[in-house]
Design a protein around this ligand. Structure first.
Ligand code: BDR
Ligand code: CA
Length: 305
């Protein structure tokens, strides 16, 4: 079973990814969650991660990731995810606490288990970049990297940049240049996996559970903000990474090399595919089977508390 660390910035779609990680646990082994800054400050995403792990009854530690990007000024996505980063659901008082420094945890775990651990990053890639830069054994020891982020079909923050890469382009460059095998889920593919009213109705008609309430309350907010700022219904960006771990046949890939624009003013944080490059190391998802994705989601939903 593939063992992975889940680095996230919850975040409405991050929360769905965590729920799928719980509900589909027969396919993989989630080792730990690291909360990084991104959709909101690290303080807020950590609170959200702890609340979600408790509500989902996930038996994994939650660590603290980075609070700031490597070089640029911090940006957050309060317009989409709200002032607390996960607007909508109300959680009971949280009994679980942070397990400590996520960078230290990731370095130790990956280096002590060479070839065993996959790192999944669905927020800015700062934690991953810090680990890669801190110790050369880290990149060599990783099994593979799975990221949500980047786009070659237009951006969702600027015309060309996607949020996770835009929030720390210098970190994304370190990750894409690391030489580790990478699976990339950018907007090109995640925008093929959209929520819609039929899916929402199917959830509304499902058994009453704690997670059902969380999902419907958070999607109510997410739909409203996406309709206001981006497009109709929200895309299931981050959950694509978990769906891929459970059923890789949902996605089609093209092998490319990904470059990150860290210099230009207009395209700062944009990703560019270098298809002709010799040292291609990124399996870029280009197509998603949305029906298969939602079937997997409902399989997870049935098993959630
Ligand atoms: C990414 O940005 C965040 O707002 C989402 O959680 C997702 O990881 C999509 O661009
Ligand atoms: Ca995210």
């Amino acid at each position: 079973m593939e063992r992975f660390i889940f680095d996230c910035d919850p975040g409405h779609d991050d929360a769905v990814a965590l729920a799928m990680a719980k509900g589909l646990s027969e396919y993989f082994k989630l080792e730990a969650v690291i909360a990084t800054f991104g959709n909101q400050t690290r303080e807020k995403t950590l609170t959200n991660a702890l609340n979600l792990v408790q509500a989902l009854e996930l038996d994994v530690p939650v660590y603290e990731g980075s609070t700031e990007p490597l070089l640029r000024e911090r940006v957050v996505a309060a317009n989409i995810h709200g002032e607390n980063g996960l607007a909508g659901p109300v959680f009971p008082p949280c009994r679980i606490k942070s397990a400590g420094n996520g960078i230290r945890y990731a370095l130790d775990t990956v280096i002590n288990n060479p070839g065993e651990i996959t790192f999944v990053s669905v927020g800015p890639y700062t934690d991953l970049a810090v680990c890669i830069k801190s110790d050369p054994r880290f990149a060599k020891s990783l099994k593979r990297i799975i990221v949500m982020g980047g786009s070659t079909c237009g951006g969702n923050v600027t015309n060309t940049a996607e949020f996770n890469v835009y929030a720390d382009p210098e970190a994304a460059k370190i990750v894409f240049d690391s030489g580790v095998e990478i699976y990339q889920f950018g907007l090109d593919t995640t925008l093929q996996v959209m929520l819609n009213e039929d899916i929402l109705n199917r959830v509304r008609n499902s058994e009453e559970t704690t997670y059902k309430k969380i999902f419907l309350a958070s999607m109510e907010y997410y739909v409203k903000s996406c309709k206001e700022f981006i497009h109709d219904y929200p895309a299931m960006h981050d959950p694509c990474t978990i769906a891929f771990l459970a059923d890789p046949s949902i996605f089609e890939f093209r092998k490319v090399r990904v470059a990150v624009d860290c210099k230009s003013q207009l395209n700062y944080g944009a990703t560019v595919d270098l298809r002709e490059a010799e040292n291609k190391n990124v399996y870029k998802a280009v197509k998603a089977d949305s029906e298969k994705f939602w079937n997997l989601f409902f399989k997870a939903l049935e098993r959630l508390p």
